[in-house]
Ligand binder design. Structure first.
Ligand code: FAD
Ligand code: NAP
Ligand code: SF4
Length: 698
């Protein structure tokens, strides 16, 4: 009886939440009818390789997907799964799904998702890496090396082509057997299928090359045979390179022709990908405006009658709703936002958008990890892909905990410890929370960092953390406080290097420069080219509207023509270079190339953007002196005086440990986290993870 009442209340609550969500997001929460099945809302968790696929035991993957499914995602697409050994992107053993023996591993995942949310459609992405494969016998339509691969593929024979098509079909059938609701075949990114479509990578003279009709033959045959083999009641999707960002890439007319042909052979949904991996246009980094590419999807959608999924830099429900309301697509795919917050959909439905832990598109713990062969996670949510290892269980005996410092480390600890049931007081010396993130968010292109501070601000309220702003806490005060635990998260302070003339009035710290506390002149030297040096260079070289806030400015800066869609979206379009109004020198002592410490997947764009603005990047310098003549440095044994009127110091950090040292031996349960613990190479990813891990353990 009690159970019945509970379930009545639950379903009633869900019903009300859905009604309200439908009012707020009428497009996002509208079901999509595919005829043989229905997708309950328009929200797709897009394909992301996480590294969990490589584990022998699929338990971690099952739990990871089930959490997202339970929280209301309409459709989930797995990371790319290869069809045979030859198709592997990296040497991961378990990413290949080519045998019935693999079905039980996959069943574990599909069963778990189904029991978490019977109406969530879990689909398998199918992949052949082609010329981007890392196997000795890699194949492609023509023997043309990808600029981002060290290996040259061999040209596929007719037999290769036939057997590869069979392998695609085989994996699709196995997916059905394993309980997936459908498959998405990736026809983009520079992987095998896409290289058949583009003339520069397909120079065959047989029926698989030449005219566009011939170049389409491979993808269309794959899709037609999959459709025939899996039957009509299984979702079949094709991922199209809707704008491949290649000079001489696909034209809009070709893409429409392909999309119409896919529709005719019975593909259910076309999902959009933008760019090939080799392109030098950023498409998902934080410097890309939100939903910048969805308009491209619209140009194809207008010409076909099957639903389209769009994607890229859609990270909040209102953005997704707007994309759908504008008619750009039928479904919205988000990947990283589901790493950042598995409960994204649930929170949107319940009108709790301010509780969403927003993906800030930094790529630091997701794509950068993937690139380095590490397990993917998330800077703002270190539990992502660690669902089995990192859990925040309710505590039995609540503790009184003092946390000092409301930077990322202190915030992560405070809200997590409070969520577990502890009584937490958070002391912050300044008038706002966020620590160094308050500087980061002021850098053009890093506006998303505001969201993390907004998220923590709301969590502090929800978890009833006692926040004491403008409170510089002393050791004596803490000793007298009778705390069960004290967590010192006092962060980092800028290092002042020992350079002759460092006291000169033209010298300022990065903090002063970013906060605008001092006037920055027209000729600037930046001492130190780590993450902060590069960010300061971005700030001082910037003028006008931030490209990350304006799609037209972004398009001009990167040479994209969204309205006319020349081949690849970029052919013949020159980036409009806005040179900085200042003469800027970005300096480092190391002889290594500049920007090495930047993110693997974002650093190249940062560097390229600064180069285009005319920032001089000089490595292997030795600082000699700062005086009225400027900054003198030794370069290749010769003294060069840079005629600058401003020197901004970005020479790294040192830990603020004074408080910790003063507390040692005087209180029980003393902990040190974040930059206060380790300053060298500390970043928010480490700071937040350390805060969460301590909160889980305390
Ligand atoms: P902090 O952020 O330094 O916070 C410490 C807090 O403690 C401060 O708010 C301080 O006021 C407070 N405090 C200190 N002493 C006391 C006391 N006695 N009583 C009360 N309060 C006290 N990292 C990334 O991962 N990715 C990026 O893209 C990135 N970009 C950046 C861009 C810029 C311009 C800057 C400056 C930093 C950037 N960082 C980035 C670095 C990142 O911000 C830091 O690694 C992170 O903030 C460190 O977190 P923390 O909590 O350890 O310390
Ligand atoms: P950093 O990355 O360690 O860079 C410090 C720079 O200062 C280096 O270029 C270093 O190079 C130079 N330096 C060090 N000691 C010096 C000295 N005594 N005199 C002169 N130069 C010196 O530190 P940061 O730039 O302060 O960044 C702090 C943290 O925030 C880092 O972990 C960084 O990753 C993170 N962050 C990340 C991003 C991002 O986009 N991902 C952005 C900003 C910050 P040389 O020794 O060769 O001169
Ligand atoms: Fe988003 Fe950064 Fe998290 Fe990746 S690491 S999911 S980009 S917030």
């Amino acid at each position: 009886m009690q159970c019945a009442l509970h379930s009545y209340r639950d379903s009633d609550a869900i019903g009300i939440a859905t009604m309200n969500a439908n009012k707020r997001y009428p497009h996002l929460f509208e079901p999509l009818d595919l005829g043989f099945t229905q997708i309950k809302n328009r929200i797709v968790m897009g394909s992301m390789h996480t590294g969990l696929e490589d584990l022998e035991d699929t338990e971690a993957q099952a739990v990871y997907f089930a959490e997202r499914a339970r929280a209301g995602v309409g459709m989930i697409i797995t990371g790319g799964t290869c069809i045979n050994q030859q198709s592997l992107v990296v040497g991961g053993e378990h990413e290949v799904f080519d045998s019935a023996a693999d079905v039980p591993r996959h069943r574990k995942v599909t069963d778990r998702v189904r029991s978490a949310a019977p109406d969530c459609k879990l689909c398998l992405q199918i992949l052949h890496a082609g010329s981007l494969a890392r196997t000795p016998d890699l194949v492609a339509p023509s023997a043309i090396k990808s600029p981002i691969s060290p290996l040259t593929p061999r040209e596929m024979t007719e037999e290769d082509i036939e057997s590869t098509i069979n392998d695609f079909v085989n994996t699709a059938c196995l997916a059905r057997e394993a309980g997936y609701a459908g498959v998405e075949v990736i026809g983009s990114a520079g992987y095998l299928i896409s290289t058949f479509l583009v003339a520069q990578t397909n120079q065959r003279e047989d029926r698989w090359g030449g005219s566009y009709g011939n170049r389409m033959r491979f993808p269309l045959t794959v899709m037609r045979r999959i459709r025939e083999a899996v039957g009509a009641d299984f979702i079949v999707m094709y991922r199209i390179a809707a704008m491949d960002m290649l000079q001489g890439g696909s034209s809009r007319e070709e893409l429409i022709t392909l999309a119409q042909a896919l529709e005719q052979i019975g593909v259910d949904i076309i999902s959009c990908h933008f760019t090939w991996h080799q392109s030098s246009v950023p498409t998902i980094a934080t410097r890309v405006p939100r939903a910048a590419f969805t308009r491209v999807t619209a140009t194809i959608r207008d010409e076909i009658n099957i639903p389209m999924i769009t994607s890229n830099r859609i990270n909040m429900p209102a953005v997704a709703e707007q994309v759908l309301a504008q008619g750009h697509a039928d479904l919205v795919s988000m990947g990283r936002p589901f790493l950042a917050d598995p409960e994204f959909v649930q929170k949107a439905m319940a009108g709790r958008e301010d509780e969403i832990n927003t993906c800030i598109a930094c790529n630091q713990a997701c794509l950068d990890h993937g690139m380095m062969g590490q397990r993917v996670s998330c800077l703002v949510n270190p539990r992502a892909c660690y669902e089995l290892e990192l859990n925040f269980k309710p505590i039995i005996h609540a503790k009184r905990i003092a946390v000092v410092g409301a930077g990322p480390a202190g915030l992560a600890f405070a809200v997590t410890a409070a969520e577990r049931g502890n009584t937490v007081t958070l002391f912050e010396a300044s008038s706002e929370i966020g620590g160094h993130f308050n500087l980061a968010k002021r850098i053009p292109g890093k506006e998303e960092f505001h969201e993390t501070i907004r998220y923590y601000s709301r969590q502090l309220e929800l978890q009833a953390v006692d926040l004491r702003l403008n409170h510089w806490v002393s050791a004596d005060e803490l000793v007298d406080g009778g705390w069960d635990e004290i967590v010192v998260a006092t962060g980092v302070a800028a290092r002042t290097p020992d350079i002759d003339g460092i006291e000169h009035p033209m010298v300022m710290s990065y903090v002063e420069a970013i906060l605008g506390e001092r006037t920055i002149g027209k000729r600037v030297a930046i001492v130190g080219a780590g993450g902060i040096g590069f960010d300061v260079a971005e700030l001082v070289s910037h003028k006008g509207v931030s490209a990350s806030l304006d799609i037209d400015v972004f398009a001009r800066e990167w040479g994209i023509d969204f309205s006319n869609h020349p081949r690849g979206g970029v052919t013949g379009v020159e980036p409009v270079i806005e040179r900085a109004d200042r003469e800027i020198y970005l300096l480092q002592r190391k002889p290594t190339s500049m920007g090495r410490s930047l993110g693997k997947t974002t650093g190249w764009a940062h560097k390229l953007s600064l180069k285009r603005k005319g920032v001089h990047m000089i490595n292997a310098v030795e600082y000699q002196r700062i005086d009225d003549a400027g900054l003198s440095v030794l370069i290749a044994g010769e003294t060069v005086t840079l005629d600058v009127d401003t020197v901004i110091i970005c020479a790294g950090q040192k830990s603020n440990q004074t408080l910790f040292e003063a507390l040692q031996g005087r209180v029980p349960g003393l902990h040190l986290i974040g930059g206060a613990d380790v300053a060298l190479e500390i970043d928010a990813k480490h700071a937040i993870r350390q805060g969460c891990e301590l909160a889980a353990a305390i």
